[in-house]
Design a protein around this ligand. Sequence first.
Ligand SMILES: [Zn+2]
Length: 154
Amino acid sequence: MQANRRRDTKPERALRSLLFAAGYRYRCDLRIPLEGTFARPDIVFTRQKITIFVDGCFWHSCPTHGSVPRRNADYWRPKLERNRVRDAVQSRALQAAGWRVIRIWEHVPPDVALRTVVSAVRIRAEAGAPHFVGGADQTRLAHNVGQSGGACSD
Ligand SMILES: [Zn+2]
């Protein structure tokens, strides 16, 4: 979809595997239509309305690891800037539509990312979805399963 972003990067896969192993079920690469745009988050909890993006440090200009390559800087600077703008537009549009947006840098250790996501899912589950019972009720959430093992092939 986005030529400048690899799908299924290693940090994404690691986070999905951990979530899956913890019993959470989610959608991968779900296309969410939005006002004037659309988003395709890396992980989506449809019931809790949570979107998760695992952002590459280079492509999304991480404050710690992001940099403009010296070679062809005239090409890279506007390209990376467009990515930043698109990220912000998508986040705002998602939030306006009631989605919680979680952006995780690819350098964040997967277990830390897992804790961030799990606490967000719990908070949303308690606040807005009284019938949600965490990761235990796999039957109820079976329709959300992309593929066993936490990978995505769609
Ligand atoms: Zn980084």
